[in-house]
Structure formats: C-alpha cells, structure tokens
Design a protein around this ligand. Structure first.
Ligand SMILES: Cc1cc2nc3c(=O)[nH]c(=O)nc-3n(C[C@H](O)[C@H](O)[C@H](O)COP(=O)(O)OP(=O)(O)OC[C@H]3O[C@@H](n4cnc5c(N)ncnc54)[C@H](O)[C@@H]3O)c2cc1C
Length: 324
C-alpha cells in the first residue's frame, strides 16, 4: 500500500499532488499493483477526480486541531493513516508543506526521508533519484526502511489520469493529537502579492532572454516570438537584478521552475542556477553567440548567432509562413 498526502487549493487538488499520484501509481505498478490511497486534511476533495487518478480510499483527517495548518498535526494524521492501511510507502509533493510534513513523519517513525525524488530505480531496496542543489545535480538514495518516506519534485513526472479509474471511497477519522503537535501552527494568513508566475510555470512554450538582450529595450523580438508561439517570456536573474524585467518572469533556482515542451533561451549562458529551473524542458533550442556556453552544449538544438539577428529572422519566417 502507498499513502499520498494530497494538498488542495481553491481550485481543488493541486497539480503537484496529481503528479505525485502518478509517481505513486508507477511505483505501485512496479510493486505488483498495490493500492494507492490518499490522505487529505480538512475538507473532502473531489473524489471523482481522485478516483480518475487511481486513488482507492481517500482518508480524510478531521478535528479541531486540524482547522489550521500544523506540520506536526498533519504528520500525526499521516502516521495514523499509515497504521490504518499498513502502507509501506508514504509520499507527498515536494512543496514546502509536503517536505515539512514528511520530515516530521520520518522523525516520528525513525526512518530516513528523501526530498524531491524525480524517479525510482529499484524496489528492494527502494532507490530514488532525487534533485539536490536546487536541481543542478541528481543523487541516488536508498530507502530500505519501511515505510519508505519521500517527496516528489514538481514536474518530475506529468500528471495523468490512471488507465483504469477507481471508485474512491471516503473514510473520515480524527487523529489523536498531542498538545505539542499544535505548538507550531498557522494562526493567521495575509494575502501576499498576487503570484504572476503561474502562467510561466505551466507554459508549453517559453522564450527566454538573458544578458544578451543588451538592455531593457532588447526584449521586443523575444516577446513577439513568445506571443507568436502562444508561449511566455522567461528571463535570467541578471535580467531581473538589473531591473530590465520583473522578477515573476525569472526562471531558475530562485525563480520559476518550468517544464515546457519547447524552451528557447536567447543570450542565456546556462549557469547551474538557471539550469535548475529549466532542466525539465522537453526540447531546448538555444541561441547564443558563444557555441561553448553551457546552455548551448546541453541544448537539443543550438544556433550560434546574435539573438538580435536570429530571433527577428525566426519571427519574420513564422509570419511569412502563417501569412500574418
Ligand atoms: C544563489 C544564486 C541563485 C541564483 N538563481 C538564479 C536563477 O534563479 N536564475 C538565473 O537565471 N540565474 C540565477 N543565478 C545567477 C546565475 O549564476 C547567472 O549569473 C545568471 O543565470 C546569468 O545570466 P545570463 O545567462 O543572462 O548572463 P551571462 O552569464 O552573462 O550570459 C550571457 C550570455 O549571453 C550571450 N550573449 C551575449 N550577447 C549575445 C547576443 N547578442 N546574442 C546571443 N547571445 C549573446 C553570451 O555569450 C552569454 O552566454 C543565481 C546565482 C546565485 C549565486
């Protein structure tokens, strides 16, 4: 059995939780088709959607102490769900909450935990490949203890409904909480600056621009190309640090992680901190004057040239072919 901690937001089950369910299903299939259960804290989510993603039983933890988020209380709920199911794997999305709760779970159960897994390599013992250094490197970690406890990095796999949907059954329970479980809890929430980077993170096409843009006026052609391809503009940290473009457009370790079908980085060297945010791109077409720049050597396709000549030429060609 596998239990997945499921996070929800105003729109329902989060995309990263659906990705984690896909990862869990793949693992379950490798282990002979063991059931995948979900744990939700608080309200009952859309069970139809969870059934489509292969969840057999949705454990819903309720109780006064769970009205607001507390990592220790959520961990107590997950440990109790494990006792109810006899699960051999406990997992969650590698979000701030997922990583925090699973770290508490691992401590309670005195087992190791791997954060931000992107793949599994073996089952006996379970070996996960995980991102470290902000995604710049991968390492393998053995998880021989049971339950195996790990989180799944965002965009490690694509969220996809199960081949066979299940009729997800809801089972509510009230976990036993100690006073200590509620010491560190959310007591108030204030609206932050609206997150404008969501479109970039989910974009299927991203056209990137770095220092090679040359200045705040150097983004016309790349923005036009992004529009023509139905994509978004993404930039390097140099660009945001210099104030050429806003921070919500930054890709990388301290910006957004993207996983588009096509990424077109123009005038971006490909430093590891930038690579950490774009390594999951399926195809990379790099444009740079330096053929030896790391982005050029890692890209699927590389065009050696001045972005101020190459990008307008691509734009013109797309317009010519589409007649726009
Ligand atoms: C803790 C930390 C976190 C960081 N987080 C991030 C992050 O989230 N995202 C990020 O991007 N960086 C991040 N950085 C910064 C990172 O190390 C690099 O400094 C940055 O990515 C470089 O940006 P760049 O590629 O635009 O600039 P450069 O490294 O200066 O590269 C410019 C590139 O443009 C090419 N070029 C120049 N002119 C042209 C032209 N006319 N046409 C085509 N090519 C041209 C050059 O050959 C060069 O390859 C971080 C650094 C640290 C220390």
């Amino acid at each position: 059995m596998i239990v997945v901690l499921i996070e929800t937001d105003a729109e329902g089950v989060t995309e990263t939780s659906l990705e984690t369910l896909r990862f869990a299903r793949d693992l379950a299939a490798e282990g002979g088709g063991v059931p995948v259960h979900g744990l939700v804290v608080g309200s009952v989510p859309d069970t139809d959607e969870l059934g489509k993603h292969g969840v057999s039983t949705v454990y819903v933890a309720r109780g006064e102490g769970l009205a607001s988020y507390s990592a220790a209380a959520w961990a107590a709920a997950l440990v109790e769900a494990r006792e109810r199911t006899g699960a051999v794997v406990l997992t969650a999305a590698g979000t701030p909450r997922g990583n925090e709760v699973l770290a508490h779970v691992a401590t309670r159960l005195d087992v190791p935990m791997a954060a931000n897994a992107v793949a599994f390599e073996g089952l006996a013992p379970l070996v996960v490949k995980r991102q470290v250094a902000g995604g710049a490197a991968l390492e393998e970690m053995q998880l021989p203890a049971r339950p195996a406890v790990f989180t799944v990095a965002g965009h490690a796999v694509e969220a996809r409904p199960a081949d066979q949907a299940t009729e997800a059954v809801v089972e509510e329970f009230e976990p036993g909480l100690e006073a200590a479980d509620l010491v560190g809890r959310v007591v108030s929430t204030e609206p932050g600056v609206p997150d404008q980077s969501g479109d970039l993170r989910s974009a299927r096409v991203v056209v990137g621009a770095g220092r090679g843009a040359g200045g705040p006026d150097g983004f016309g052609a790349v923005s036009e190309l992004a529009d023509l391809l139905g994509g978004q503009l993404g930039v390097s940290r140099v660009v945001t640090s210099l104030g050429w473009r806003p921070h919500h457009e930054q890709v990388g370790q301290t910006g957004s992680r993207i996983a588009p079908n096509l990424y077109v980085p123009c005038g971006i060297s490909g430093a590891i901190q930038h690579w950490a945010g774009c390594a999951s791109s399926k195809t990379i077409l790099a444009i740079n004057t330096d053929a030896e720049a790391p982005m050029m050597t890692k890209a699927t396709y590389a065009v050696v040239g001045d972005m101020h000549e190459v990008v307008p030429a691509i734009v013109d060609e797309i317009r010519r072919r589409s007649g726009t």
